[in-house]
Design a protein around this ligand. Structure first.
Ligand code: IPD
Length: 262
């Protein structure tokens, strides 16, 4: 078995356990633990508990690897593999009662920035939907047992997903971008989990997903899902506070990148 497959299988096992914990805690009642950058940017007690579980499971199996988690930050390590983790991507959905949230775990080498890293293995597990998306570099992307492929061309236009940042000051710019995208869109989805949006591009359900101001943990796993399913990913980190991420099927990729850069 290759290293990539070993890392993927480990990530899948941990994500399933973590997702079940998140789901159980949600059924018991969500507690908002704190707000982060803005009032809309929340962290729940479950985010922290689920990240602790993932971190502990990884430390037990691969003690030399590094770790970067949304809630607990970065830990250095001896190996050049770093685990990039979002315990609950789609926290607002989680807190408000929508089932579109997921555990996102990726193993990367080369650093924790998307222009430097190589993603080796990835999982995005949505416990309420019971869908587990996974990929190992060079071995394809899967939803449970089904191999994934991005969508082909569509005369009706692209089904597009995006996200809006938690800071209201950024909304005008995002709406201006959307106005440039809509002419080639058949319709728009805003589902609230970047990791699942990327997984849905990989699955051929969405043609395009783009968003500014993602964090590495929102995107690491989903980016590998997209490329292993035959899609393309563009990341522009030139604006430190507003990095741009675009993922699309080849049929819409060039149009999507051109419309979202400004
Ligand atoms: C958020 C979700 C959301 C996206 C935000 C992310 P979080 O992640 O992925 O869809 O629009 O940019 O920060 O905060 O729920 O882990």
């Amino acid at each position: 078995m290759t290293l990539e497959l070993e890392l993927r299988d480990l990530a899948v096992a941990i994500a399933r356990e973590a997702g079940e914990l998140a789901k159980r805690r949600r059924a018991e009642g969500v507690q908002i633990a704190a707000t982060k950058t803005t009032l809309a940017d929340i962290v729940t007690a479950a985010d922290r508990e689920v990240e602790d579980l993932i971190r502990a499971r990884l430390a037990a199996t691969r003690p030399n690897d590094g770790f970067l988690g949304e809630e607990s930050g970065e830990a250095q390590a001896d190996s050049d593999i770093i685990w990039v983790v979002d315990p609950i991507d789609g926290t607002v959905n989680y807190a408000k009662g929508f089932g579109q949230y997921a555990v996102s775990i990726a193993a990367v080498t080369g650093g924790v920035q998307p222009d430097a890293w190589t993603v080796l293995a990835a999982v995005v597990y949505a416990p309420e939907l019971d869908e587990c998306f996974s990929a190992a570099r060079g071995h394809g992307a899967f939803r449970d047992g089904t191999k994934l492929a991005v969508a082909g061309d569509s005369p009706a236009g692209a089904l597009v997903a995006t996200g809006f940042g938690y800071d209201p000051a950024t909304h005008d710019r995002d709406l201006a971008t959307l106005a440039r995208v809509m002419p080639f869109a058949r319709d728009l989805r805003r589902m609230g989990s970047a990791a699942l949006d990327l997984a849905n591009v990989a699955a051929g359900r969405l043609d395009v997903y783009y968003e500014r101001r993602l964090h590495p943990w929102d995107a690491a796993a989903g980016m590998l899902l997209v490329t292993e399913a035959g899609g393309e990913v563009y990341v522009d980190l030139s604006e430190e506070r507003s990095p741009l991420y675009v993922a699309a099927s080849p049929a819409f990729f060039d149009q999507a990148v051109a419309a979202t850069r400004d």
